[in-house]
Design a protein. Structure first.
Length: 162
């Protein structure tokens, strides 16, 4: 009897209401993972405009931007050759930390590892950016530091950014 119940659960899966609840929980977790603190918004917009040529005017174009002389791509111009593998792990880590279903986060990670960054959905690029930006005890922004860039002046004074 117990074996039959277990088999039924395995083959039938969650009831639609449970599936919907899990889906909504994952959406909420992904939104939270994508969130950039307000004090970093000006820096983020500046970086987006500098790196991909688009700010909030044409956000869809910014996510598919490709550097013509390197593997840098996406809104924040991550080097695909250097970041695709580790970036996918960073997305996974941030998703799990915000409550995203672990098995689904693993599925997302594997898909991202097989996909060039410029083809990642905006949500995954934003989550990677947030994870890198907010890492390193407040020094993750240095990934985008460029001498003489006006973006440097938009780094908030958070105690670990110098």
């Amino acid at each position: 009897m117990i074996d039959a119940l277990i088999a039924a659960v395995i083959y039938i899966g969650p009831v639609p209401e449970q599936a919907q609840t899990a889906r909504l929980a994952n959406i909420a977790a992904a939104r939270q993972a994508r969130q950039i603190p307000e004090e970093w918004e000006a820096f983020t917009l500046c970086i987006s405009e500098r790196e991909s040529g688009y700010g909030n005017d044409h956000p869809s174009k910014s996510y598919s931007a490709k550097n013509p002389v390197s593997s840098a791509s996406g809104r924040y111009q991550f080097l695909d050759a250097a970041w695709r593998e580790g970036g996918a792990w960073n997305v996974w880590k941030r998703l799990v930390r915000t409550g995203f279903d672990r098995a689904k986060a693993t599925y997302v990670r594997k898909k991202l590892q097989a996909t060039p960054i410029r083809e990642w959905k905006p949500v995954w690029q934003d989550i990677l950016y947030a994870e890198v930006l907010l890492s390193g005890d407040g020094k993750g922004w240095r990934h985008w530091h460029l001498a003489g860039s006006p973006c440097n002046s938009k780094v908030p004074n958070t105690g670990g950014n110098t």
